[in-house]
Design a binder for this molecule. Sequence first.
Ligand code: HEC
Length: 127
Amino acid sequence: MKKTIVIISVAALLYACGGGETKPADTGGETKAAAATDPDVEKGLALVGQSDCVGCHKVLEPNVGPAHAEVAKKYENTEANINMLADKIMNGGSGNWGTVPMAAHPGISKADAVLMAKYVLSLKDAK
Ligand code: HEC
């Protein structure tokens, strides 16, 4: 509960400070951390925006799935974690955040899933 309040206030703060900045329409509300300059992260953001991810994930607030920024805080940005999350994006799964399962994405290639995982882990400092 406390966590929810913190997340909401962070989101409110972001809204208040970030005023006027429009998010690219093609990313379905996903956004990148300001510091993201890695071209893989840019590609990952675009891929996430084109897929169904945004139906279940928001950047800062939990939705059906955990906020992508929370995922980034949970896992260190390492090669091993990028691989692990890429597999999770392709195969789906449950149990790490609750009982709701994440849908499998059989149509996503490993290469694309890796880009998406890099993007998600880049959100560590997203506020
Ligand atoms: C049908 C809803 C749904 C869709 C669509 C969805 N997710 Fe998820 N996602 C979830 C849920 C629920 C979880 C939490 C699963 C768990 O508890 O292990 C999750 C977890 C995750 C995690 C963390 C995995 C872990 O092991 O901690 C990542 C990363 C992720 N999703 C990325 C994506 C990406 C990228 C897409 C688009 C290709 C996507 N999700 C589409 C519901 C969804």
